[in-house]
Design a protein. Structure first.
Length: 455
């Protein structure tokens, strides 16, 4: 037996409730439409009966006065057989050309049923009966007698033709559908549960995906068309998560590998240290470790970099700051850094501090591979690009893309490093919506160019 648990977050309950609400609303709409329909039919029938009644009475009145040769005859109303269902409650008054009552029903003396202007046009109206105070329907029926315009006003109460009981009986025939709603509820619940079964299966599949099963994906078979876009979006997200998770695992493994060697060397030197003469070597080893850790921190910062659309930066100012930071290192190595190229601030969309970090990494690499006495050039280009040129050994053509990956070192350089500098540059530039590439001829230096979006 299906167990239906009420829950404010149950999709089954929500769907069942909505279907029931729609069913009840549909019934109420039909019921209301039927009520209006019967009410309209009742009015139409009433007006047709009044029209027939007025025509019959006016014909009697004309016949009475046409056939009489002695003064004004007494008009005696004879109820027409064709309108026997009108009963005695129908009343009328005949008005002469001056608007004076000359005859009326049931012996009542009344001036009019409704205060209407004499007109040759047939008209319908509603009025309140002066005796019963009930609201009634009426007709103003013009006819000609002796070449003059007479008007017959006739009226009947709303309930005279079709009783409220009759109307209720008619409407009751539409309400039988409500009796089946309790019987339909279990079928409705079963239908909804069966329709939602694919979602339950997808949920079970998703529960099996974890760090050790990142290669699994949600099945797209037997999935409703309405849910398929969601399943595909989840699978795309899982692809991205798996890719990022793989990069992080690789990053952690490479970071551990890069730190293991200098730490082992430092540990060995510390164990064999017998005098203060070995302290400079220890400090040099600590410097290598410090540089690797600093680069790892920069890379972590670059990975989380988000540029707001309102941020602006000066590419010239970022380059100037990076040069000033690297100038002492260049001087110490017997090298120079020179800024050339376009004038002006070269305003770009971005973060000036991170752009300075990217340029500084390019300068570190350029100073590392350039010979003593050489000059590293920083060249600005309109509208928003910058190149760093060195006199190093260059980059082989098959390495121009690979060198921007993490923990990758240039094969032509004899200098050791963590291989993180260029990957930091690539990540920062990508966060700015730009690109970085290298142009190089092996043995004749390299030119690393950053291209950004100008403001």
């Amino acid at each position: 037996m299906t167990k239906f648990v009420l829950s404010t977050r149950s999709l089954s309950q929500l769907l069942v409730g909505r279907v029931l609400a729609l069913s009840i609303a549909n019934f109420l709409i039909i019921f209301g439409a039927a009520y209006v329909h019967f009410g309209t039919e009742e009015n139409d029938d009433r007006y047709l009966a009044l029209n027939s009644f007025a025509m019959h009475v006016s014909m009697q009145y004309v016949a009475t006065h046409t056939s009489s040769s002695e003064g004004t005859p007494l008009f005696v109303f004879e109820k027409p057989a064709s309108v026997e269902d009108i009963e005695e409650a129908v009343e009328f008054v005949i008005l002469d050309p001056l608007g004076q009552a000359v005859a009326s029903s049931h012996g009542r003396k009344m001036a009019f049923l409704a205060r209407l202007a004499q007109s040759s046009e047939l008209a319908y109206f509603d009025y309140e009966d002066p005796v019963s105070s009930e609201h009634s329907n009426g007709i103003s029926f013009p006819f000609i007698l002796a070449g003059q315009l007479y008007v017959l006003q006739a009226g009947m109460e709303h309930s005279d033709l079709v009783s409220e009981e009759t109307l209720a009986e008619e409407l009751l025939e539409f309400s039988w559908g409500l009796l089946f709603l309790p019987l339909l509820l279990p079928l409705l619940v079963w239908t909804v549960r069966r329709s939602l079964a694919p979602l339950t299966e997808i949920s079970a599949e998703a529960a099996t995906i974890g760090p050790s099963t990142m290669n699994r994906r949600l099945s797209e078979g037997n999935v409703p068309d309405e849910v398929l876009p969601l399943v595909r979006a989840v699978n795309i997200a899982l692809d991205q998560i798996e890719e990022g998770y793989g990069r992080e695992r690789e990053f952690a493994a490479n970071a551990a590998h890069e730190l293991r060697t200098p730490l082992a060397v430092l540990h060995s030197r510390a164990e064999t240290l017998t005098s203060l003469d070995g302290v400079p070597d220890l400090l040099r080893d600590l410097g290598k470790i410090e540089r690797i850790v600093a680069q790892l921190l920069r890379l972590a910062q670059a990975d989380n970099l988000v540029i707001e659309h309102t941020q602006q930066a000066s590419l010239r100012q970022a380059a100037t700051t990076a040069i000033s930071l690297m100038a002492p290192t260049a001087f110490k190595q017997g090298k120079e850094i020179e800024l050339q190229g376009a004038e002006g601030p070269l305003t770009v969309k971005g973060d000036e501090e991170y752009l300075c970090m990217a340029i500084r990494n390019l300068l570190e690499n350029a100073l590392t591979v350039s010979p003593v006495g050489s000059t590293v050039l920083v060249v600005l280009h309109d509208p928003a690009s910058l190149s760093v040129l060195d006199d190093g050994p260059g980059v082989p053509p098959d390495q121009t893309k690979r060198i921007f990956s993490r923990f990758v070192r240039g094969e032509t350089t004899k200098f050791s490093g963590a291989g993180l500098g260029l990957s930091i540059v690539e990540r920062i530039v990508a966060a700015h919506g730009g690109s970085v590439h290298v142009d190089s001829e092996e043995g004749h230096g390299a030119a690393f160019t950053i291209t950004l979006n100008a403001e």
